[in-house]
Design a protein around this ligand. Structure first.
Ligand SMILES: Cc1ncc(COP(=O)(O)O)c(C=O)c1O
Length: 492
């Protein structure tokens, strides 16, 4: 039979041959995940790989088999980090094998979930409804899946600014606001909030950073005073951003107190719960999240502590009309008809993007396969591991814990007695680089009270207790080696 094929199609001549490579790829992917603990956490990308990745744009094709060999050699063979049990950098989730299948199938079905009456849009709506239920939001709230916490923070804060403005910002713009609109957050707020404020045209002068207490929680009394002060100076207090789980140390603002203040002062309360909001799933730490269900908008990530493969974040907004205010634009070619494919939900009116991928599928499949109990157990295990690590650090004379550990983040440093703060900073920087480059374990870093900290953030369902023992032992060994080599350099 002669196939009637357009000469320009990108479909294969031989579907079976393509599927054979696909089966190999799937086997290799699962083998990679199953054996990931045996290799290093990370390696500097080898020079040979860097060279290969500067090849010019290919004018003619190469066989899939040859390209797949390159994928194995260049990508699969080179550890990049966060799928490994000893990766604890930034707040990167681990991903799951089920999520791999979800993303593969999402690519095959390939819908544009910008909107319309399609099953993928219903899947996303169900995932959003599940998220509302988990976070204690009312069924009538709106929501959107997006790339991550940064986008979710932007959408929540934009909705708040537009909802609280004294003019219609869609028409007048920020320049038309009679008073400078003010956004409040703690000094520990995530940088994506700075970016959101900047992108909204408010400028850094509109973001007031409120001091924190010794546990890195916002000082609510100082916030109240700042709001009063701004009002009397002719500014317009508009949005409070509370944090449920700060990126540096995992601290929780008193969100209940913030919700009370926002109600009394008529401000919008946005909560950044990028990873911390998921603590609601685990009875052991759920109390920390008290009040997040009272937020006007809530941002959180699914690629962090729901362990879904990158990328997936979520924003929920209590009032759908407020949610749509900054985003709702319907040109004639997108206007829904009373029937047909256009008659469904248009997610594009709830965020910046019109075209959107089917990231809901990996979340939907993962939640169905594992159930929320499994997530609750994995989250509780990560919290217990953080406490275990903090205890081990506290028991070591040469290690120093730098911040309280309310959740899953541990900040510490190598500091034997007699080592000054000034000397500890460069020593720990060097130590962390060595630890990362040898591939033993991968914490990242931050500053705590201005001091360099090795920072372990555990959103990893593959980590086990011996992984943390290894970290403690290796940090001490490396610290001693570096300190003694520095001593001998000074002596010689
Ligand atoms: C508290 C907090 N907010 C926001 C973000 C940004 O999230 P994303 O990296 O998914 O954009 C992070 C990332 O670590 C975070 O920890």
């Amino acid at each position: 039979v002669t196939a009637d094929r357009s000469p320009t199609t990108l479909d294969p001549d031989d579907w079976e041959a393509l599927a054979a490579v696909g089966h190999r790829a799937l086997d290799d992917a699962m083998e990679l995940l199953e054996g990931v603990a045996e290799g290093p956490v990370w390696r500097v990308p080898p020079a040979e790989v860097q060279r290969a990745l500067t090849a010019p744009v290919p004018r003619t094709g190469t066989s899939l088999e040859a390209v797949y060999d390159d994928v194995r050699r260049l990508i699969l063979a080179n550890p990049h980090g966060n799928i490994h049990p000893r990766f604890w950098g930034w707040v990167n989730g681990t991903g799951t094998p089920v999520g791999v299948l979800g993303d593969m199938l999402a690519a095959a079905v390939n819908p544009n979930v910008g909107g319309g009456n399609t099953v993928p849009a219903l899947v996303e709506q169900q995932v959003i409804d599940w998220m509302k239920a988990l976070m204690g939001f009312p069924p009538g709230a709106s929501g959107l899946l997006g790339t991550g916490g940064s986008m979710a923070n932007f959408i929540g804060i934009a909705s708040g600014v537009y909802a609280k403005a004294e003019v219609d910002l869609r028409d007048a713009g920020i320049a038309g606001a009679p008073r400078r609109m003010m956004v409040y957050a703690s000094s520990q707020v995530h940088s994506s909030v700075d970016r959101a404020v900047r992108l909204l045209g408010l400028g850094a002068q509109s973001l007031r950073r409120i001091p924190v207490d010794e546990e890195f929680r916002i000082d609510t009394a100082a916030l109240r005073l700042a709001i009063e002060e701004d009002r009397s100076a002719g500014r317009h207090p508009a949005v409070i951003v509370g944090t449920a789980g700060t990126v540096n140390t995992g601290a929780f603002d008193d969100v209940e107190g913030l919700a009370d203040l926002a109600t009394v002062e008529d401000l919008w309360l946005h909560v950044d719960g990028a990873f911390g909001a998921m603590a609601r799933l685990a009875p052991e730490v759920r109390a920390l999240t008290t009040g997040v269900d009272r937020a006007d908008s809530l941002a959180f990530d699914l690629h962090k502590w729901l362990y879904v493969p990158y990328d997936a974040g979520c924003v929920l907004v209590r009032d759908p009309d407020a949610h749509r205010l900054p985003f709702d634009v319907t040109p004639p070619y997108l206007a829904p008809l009373t029937g047909g494919i256009s008659a469904g939900t248009w997610f594009s009116n709830y965020g910046i993007e019109l075209s959107r991928g089917f990231r809901a599928l990996k979340v939907w499949m993962s939640l169905r396969v594992h159930g929320t109990d499994a997530y609750a157990a994995a989250i509780a295990a990560n919290v217990a591991q953080a406490r275990y690590l903090a205890e081990r650090i506290a028991a070591q004379a040469d290690l120093e814990l730098l911040a309280p550990v309310p959740l899953n983040i541990v900040c510490f440093r190598y500091r034997p007695s007699g080592l000054s703060d000034e000397a500890a900073d460069p020593l720990n920087r060097g130590l962390l680089i060595r630890l990362q480059e040898e591939g033993t374990a991968l914490p990242s870093h931050t500053l705590v009270h201005g001091r360099f900290a090795i920072r372990v953030a555990i959103t990893n369902h593959r980590s086990r207790y011996p992984d943390f023992d290894l970290l403690v032992e290796r940090v001490i060994q490396l610290g001693r080696e570096i300190a003694s080599s520095e001593r001998s350099t000074v002596a010689s």
